[in-house]
Design a protein around this ligand. Structure first.
Ligand SMILES: Nc1ncnc2c1ncn2[C@@H]1O[C@H](COP(=O)(O)OP(=O)(O)OP(=O)(O)O)[C@@H](O)[C@H]1O
Ligand SMILES: [Mg+2]
Length: 331
């Protein structure tokens, strides 16, 4: 992993100094959430009694997740709270959710546990504005609120494309809950280019800007430049077009599949002009009410799909080159 020094130090500070209990690491696919949290984990693991990493990719119910968490905790174990020594996975699954949760909270209170949940977006709804749970996962809301609000000495970190709405609300209060929105890796991306033996160093900034420092996008385009142009960035840039390739397209397909109809409308409108637009300009071109457009822009912003620019007194919205190109290719 290159860079991310500031992010790691902020997270370390939140966790070790401020005892933050709930942290969301958010950002578009490929920006480096999983990589960052893996490195963070290595760096701070000695401060914890228990460490658990769970990938929510297959969208477990809260009962199954809690049973798995309690099972991991009780296996790694010091004391098995309220559990007979021989408790097996199957018998844990028979316990009521309420019982499992109270055992889990007991661990959080009595030990310093670090729990990382990767790909939290899997339990959130598609075709709605960002941050809503799928119906069968609504009970996660109370679970996260409790972790943020009840007193304990542990920390739960989740990685996601979007944050559940109630967690955004919690960060407004003086609660030990924080959200980190990850941006690109900026200048550090030069290390990726060096590692890939790219040449024409004076043109690298253009690649970083165009791909907004997204390490996944940059690695993909580097591989293509290496394969086709023997690493000569200038030769690629001479075509004056933007390469996405199957890897980026597949990632974005999954991302776009989640959008609501209104989000698709606004994003498609924005893709039609390179010039950034004000809310008024968006309203003039779409048969939508102001509240609808505001809510849509807010939701797209929370998914990192829209960029906000402030020019003098005006606030304008636009798409990054990669998103614009993807939308154009798919409309
Ligand atoms: N700081 C970094 N330096 C170099 N490479 C990085 C960095 N961060 C991420 N990468 C690389 O970029 C790619 C995407 O990173 P990662 O899987 O962490 O993204 P993600 O945000 O978790 O994406 P997704 O939401 O799709 O899970 C990986 O190949 C990873 O090795
Ligand atoms: Mg990931």
């Amino acid at each position: 992993m290159y860079g991310r020094i500031k992010e790691i130090s902020t997270l370390e500070n939140w966790i070790l100094q401020e005892n933050t209990r709930l942290i969301g690491i958010l950002g578009i696919s490929g920006i480096g959430k999983t990589t960052l949290s893996r490195h963070l984990l290595e760096k701070i693991q000695d401060n914890f009694d228990y460490i658990i990493w769970k990938n929510l990719y297959h969208a477990p119910s809260l009962s199954i997740l809690t049973a798995q968490l309690v099972l991991s905790l009780s296996n790694q174990t010091y004391i098995n709270f309220s559990l007979p020594k021989t408790t097996e996975k199957n018998s844990l699954l028979d316990l009521e959710l309420e019982t499992l949760l109270s055992i889990f909270y007991e661990y959080l209170r009595n030990y310093r546990c670090l729990i990382i949940l990767d790909n939290l977006q899997a339990i959130l709804a598609e075709s709605q504005f960002s941050g809503n749970y799928q119906n069968q996962f609504q009970n996660y809301s109370e679970f996260f609120q409790n972790i943020g609000e009840l007193p304990h000495q542990s920390c739960l970190i989740f990685n996601s494309w979007e944050s559940p709405l109630e967690i955004i609300n919690l960060t407004d209060l003086k609660t030990p809950v924080r959200i980190m929105s990850l941006n690109g890796i900026g200048e550090t991306a030069r290390e990726i280019f060096q590692a890939q033996n790219l040449s024409d160093e004076e043109t690298w900034q253009k690649l970083i800007d165009t791909y907004r420092g997204n390490p996944f996008y940059l690695k993909t385009v580097c591989r293509m430049i290496q394969e086709i142009f023997n690493g000569k960035v200038r030769d690629y840039l001479a075509y004056n077009s933007l390469f996405l390739g199957d890897e980026i397209i597949t990632k974005l397909e999954r991302y776009f599949q989640r959008l609501s109809l209104l989000e698709k409308q606004v994003i498609s409108q924005l893709s039609q002009s390179n010039a950034p637009a004000t809310v008024t300009e968006i309203l003039e071109k779409l048969p939508l009410s102001p509240p609808q457009v505001l809510q849509t822009i807010q939701s797209l912003g929370r998914r990192s799909l829209i960029e906000k620019i402030t020019e003098e007194e005006l606030t304008l919205f636009t798409l990054s080159p990669v998103i614009r190109e993807y939308v154009k290719q798919n409309s």
